[in-house]
Design a protein around this ligand. Structure first.
Ligand SMILES: [Zn+2]
Length: 294
């Protein structure tokens, strides 16, 4: 079903709630165990490799992502500290600048690419969300790949850097896209991605109420061990993984569903935990640098 047929369809709404059984995207096994169910979505753990994912998932998951959103898509305006953070990241990425070509997959409001363009990068975006595509065009990002979220065919070894921020958890097959990313990076090029960390203190404390557990959007939930296994499987050898952030209020995603935690025993300590959790692998945001061997 294409995006257009989804929007114009007069099929009963029930059709869009159809679920489909799936296998582990990391190892291919169908041997899983139920961890918990949330809002009608079963979250399972692969008994072979440990990957956590939603099974069954919505049959038309990708079509929904195309029209109804891929997360928050980011802020309408950037603060000074956010601009400073992007500039700092771009300055680090200069170490990889040879072809002068950078691709962001799921760029949301396009802030990162806009600033990358200002400092001279040839900017590319891969996006399926219709609102996001319009927004990118308004920001002057001309190279937009709109093909399906697991299809990236730009010719091999085209990019110095591929960035993918809070996208991989939305994909039906992270493995398929990571393989494409590996193929499309030049030798010595960098993949930088971010995703939520299932093995985080926030998730352990909040259990199934953890705000990032949203079975209609987030269908594959990585942690350091599983993302490293997958990156190695597609060919990456030089991999660095770190985590940051702890928050009890859980306001970053779907704020309307936030559950206020006023009296949690960890509340008085949340700031100090947030500041120190980066020294562990238990932060709720996981960031990964993976370099393709030269
Ligand atoms: Zn598995």
């Amino acid at each position: 079903m294409t995006n257009e047929t989804l929007m114009n369809s007069s099929q009963p709404i029930k059709q869009f709630l159809e679920m489909i059984e799936t296998r582990c995207d990391l190892c291919g096994s169908s041997n899983d165990k139920l961890l918990f169910e949330k809002e009608g979505f079963r979250h399972v753990c692969c008994l072979t490799c440990g990957l956590v994912y939603v099974n069954p998932r919505l049959k038309f998951h990708k079509d929904f992502q195309t029209v109804s959103g891929t997360g928050s898509m980011g802020e309408d305006h950037l603060s000074h500290s956010q601009i400073r953070r992007i500039c700092k990241e771009l300055s680090m990425l200069d170490n990889y600048r040879k072809l002068n070509r950078i691709l962001e997959i799921g760029p949301g409001k396009g802030w990162f690419l806009s600033i990358a363009k200002l400092v001279g990068w040839e900017t590319w975006a891969m996006e399926i969300n219709l609102d996001a595509i319009e927004n990118l065009k308004r920001k002057g990002i001309k190279n937009i790949i709109t093909s399906g979220s697991e299809t990236l065919d730009t010719g091999h070894e085209s990019f110095d850097v591929i960035r993918m921020w809070d996208v991989i958890e939305h994909l039906e097959s992270p493995r398929a896209l990571l393989q494409q990313i590996f193929n499309n990076l030049r030798a010595g090029g960098l993949l930088r991605l971010s995703t939520t960390n299932f093995n985080s203190l926030s998730r352990m404390v909040n259990g199934p109420d953890w705000v990032y557990l949203n079975g209609s959007d987030h269908i594959v939930l990585f942690e350091p061990v599983t993302i490293e296994k997958l990156l190695k499987l597609v060919g990456f050898r030089r991999i660095r993984i770190w985590t940051r952030s702890f928050n009890l209020r859980r306001k970053l995603y779907h704020p309307e569903k936030e559950i206020k935690v006023r009296f949690h025993p960890l509340r008085p300590f949340r700031k100090i935990i947030d500041e120190t959790i980066k020294f562990t692998n238990l932060g709720h945001q996981m960031i990964v640098d993976a370099v393709k061997d030269s």
